[in-house]
Design a protein. Structure first.
Length: 357
């Protein structure tokens, strides 16, 4: 099973690490950075070597954009010899990909986990080989990572809830959820659900578990709309995989009415891809939360280089308008800004979705 852990070798490795750390402390003082990405202190002065980048999938425009940003940001952050692998939405394949990269002697890994629990097996393998890991987009439930580079996914669900609640006075709204094996899917789903219950009790939430799969979203939305033609709003947790099938399904039922027309269904998304911005401009959807693909790549590269150099960080504000927080698991997470995008700010040139293509 992907989440299995080999305990005995891990304990022996930890003993060796503790012994090495004790000798290192006797030779020099290692300073920890206090949130800021400017003052991390190096324990080894290293940081060179191959870095492996594990992508979760490439069928989403969001991950395609992230993949395009990776080599650019690696160059700007001084990270060399990148090796990129696509796990094709398969958590088991992702563990195999991690092991393959480790067997090719990478010195660091930047991984976007597909399954928050299953990824522990890969993280354990990296720890046994002394290879630091940075997690991007999704936080692992367990396992050692130097940093999680992610936005606040609870805020995603809350922002979607507030937008729909302020534009739909009452009635049925649909939540097209992500994979609940991922902390992202869980955070967005529960935040949206709880926010509606607390602040907008006249809304009734109908849920579609779609596992980040476009075909699943289309099929289940079609079935749901047949039984509930009076839907007033939709929250898509991932525009990269849900936008096209959602719009096509609504169009096939003559339910895709642009903003301002009678029967318009208020739609809020997550991702911030160019296709969502075009849909906002056309009035097909109303808002999205811009998940920062560019910053994910930039700070994924920054933190893996820092980890390879022995730098550490502490919770607190950073120098790039984010905050490092400590998760309940003890893992540190740099929560990057993720603004709400509507017709009022959709043309903002600072949004990464307006700079690609």
């Amino acid at each position: 099973m992907p989440g299995a852990t080999l305990r005995t070798p891990r304990k022996r490795n930890r003993s060796r690490i503790i012994g090495a750390a004790a000798l290192a402390v006797g030779a020099s003082l290692v300073l920890a950075a206090c949130g800021s990405t400017k003052d991390g202190a190096s324990a080894s002065g290293g940081g060179s070597g191959k870095v492996g980048v594990i992508l979760p999938l490439l069928t989403s425009p969001f991950w395609q954009s992230y993949n395009d940003y990776v080599p650019k940001m690696a160059k700007s952050e001084g990270v060399d010899a990148l090796k990129t692998v696509n796990s094709n939405s398969d958590p088991s394949q992702q563990i195999t990909d991690i092991n393959n990269e480790l067997n090719q002697s990478v010195k660091g890994l930047v991984v976007a986990p597909l399954d928050s629990a299953a990824i522990e097996a890969g993280l354990d393998q990296a720890e046994r080989k002394g290879v630091p890991v940075v997690a991007v987009d999704v936080a692992p439930d367990k396992g050692k990572v130097a940093m999680v580079v992610r936005a606040d996914n609870v805020a995603y669900g809350q922002k979607a809830c507030d937008y729909l609640g302020q534009h739909v006075s009452s009635g049925k709204v649909v939540q097209i959820m992500g994979d609940l094996a991922s902390v992202n899917g869980r955070d967005r789903s529960e935040a949206f659900r709880s926010c509606v219950k607390e602040k907008y009790p006249k809304l009734k939430v109908l849920e579609i578990p779609a596992k980040w799969e476009s075909d699943t979203a289309a099929s289940k939305l079609d079935t749901l709309l047949n039984a509930n033609p009076d839907i007033k709003g939709i929250y898509m947790q991932a525009g990269g995989v849900y936008l096209a099938p959602t719009l096509q399904t609504l169009k096939s039922k003559n339910m895709l009415k642009t903003e301002g027309r009678s029967g318009h269904i208020v739609i809020v998304s997550n991702d911030g891809i160019p296709q969502e911005y075009d849909a906002i401009r056309k009035g097909q959807i109303d808002a999205t939360v811009s998940q920062p693909a560019d910053a994910y790549a930039k700070y994924g590269m920054y933190y893996i280089k820092a980890a390879m150099e022995g730098k550490t960080f502490q919770p607190g504000p950073t120098d790039h308008d984010s905050t490092i927080v400590k998760l309940p698991s003890g893992i540190l997470e740099d929560q990057l800004p993720a603004p709400l995008v509507t017709k009022e700010n959709v043309d903002d040139p600072k949004l990464w979705g307006n700079t690609v293509g």
